[in-house]
Design a protein around this ligand. Structure first.
Ligand SMILES: NC(=O)c1ccc[n+]([C@@H]2O[C@H](COP(=O)([O-])OP(=O)(O)OC[C@H]3O[C@@H](n4cnc5c(N)ncnc54)[C@H](OP(=O)(O)O)[C@@H]3O)[C@@H](O)[C@H]2O)c1
Length: 233
């Protein structure tokens, strides 16, 4: 996808990674549409992106997630990419996590991203990209994060299966499997306190990799051997 001139919807544009990504895409000439839960944050990020079209949603309303994609097509004229940056964490042993918290994690981390991207499949132009941030826990389920890990692994599996379905369509399916990034994300967990984590990647470095992956029609961003992040085509 050529970012300059592309129409890109970013759900979760009010979050740390979402805001940094949408600003970078705007700077690089994309026409962005921003979606988020926090109305004030949404107004701020829209203004910072040249009064980009903005729309509020809650991850619990899956139909609203899908309708946000239709809305973005109307606002931008055409849609080349959707990058879902929505997510939430919880910490603690599985026995201490209530079903309500588990339902929250699966809704915010799996069902809502899937609803956005499901709707995007028939909306994004050939040559476009659908993408979501998962996390290294999708690959390495982590003690004290069983439900978070499972919700991200569910989204990862969905993306991999959809990639197979889309082989002939010309739409790229990108999984952004990030390690710890310094956004304060873990401190906003709905339950528990995070373990002591080593210093994470700077936000700008994660955004560099996401934009490079979008531009290269890559299928995976993941921690690398020789560099903090590798991009696989
Ligand atoms: N930071 C890391 O270390 C790290 C590592 C791996 C993966 N990730 C993933 O990266 C993504 C972005 O995380 P971040 O670090 O940028 O954290 P963040 O700043 O907390 O962003 C989370 C985003 O999710 C949105 N969200 C949460 N619950 C929602 C709901 N019920 N309805 C609508 N939106 C909701 C938040 O909206 P509000 O602004 O309205 O709260 C915010 O836009 C997440 O999927 C996270 O799992 C992060």
């Amino acid at each position: 996808m050529i970012v300059n001139g592309a129409g890109i919807l970013v759900p979760g544009a009010t979050g740390a990674l979402g805001t940094a990504l949408v600003l970078r895409l705007h700077e690089q000439g994309a026409a962005v549409a921003v979606a988020g839960r926090d109305h004030e944050g949404l107004a701020r990020v829209s203004q910072a992106c040249g009064d980009a079209p903005a729309r509020a949603f809650d991850a619990y309303d899956l139909e609203q997630c899908a309708r946000t994609v239709t809305w973005a097509v109307g606002e931008l004229g055409a849609l080349d990419g959707v990058v879902v940056c929505v997510g939430g964490a919880a910490f603690g042993p599985a026995g201490a996590v209530s079903d309500a918290v588990a339902e929250h994690l699966f809704t915010v981390n799996a069902l809502a991203p899937m609803a956005f991207l499901r709707a995007a499949l028939s909306a994004v132009k050939p040559g476009g990209v659908i993408a979501a941030i998962t996390g290294v826990v999708a690959d390495s389920p982590t003690a004290g994060m069983a439900d978070y890990s499972a919700s991200k692994a569910g989204l990862s599996a969905w993306l991999r299966a959809v990639r197979r379905e889309q082989r002939a369509s010309g739409v790229t399916v990108l999984e952004i499997r990030l390690p710890h990034v310094e956004t304060g994300f873990a401190g906003r967990a709905v339950l528990g306190t995070p373990p002591v984590l080593p210093t994470g990647l700077p936000v700008a470095e994660a955004v560099d990799a996401i934009v490079a992956a979008l531009s290269a029609d890559a299928r995976l961003v993941k921690p690398g051997r020789d560099a903090p992040l590798d991009i696989e085509r």
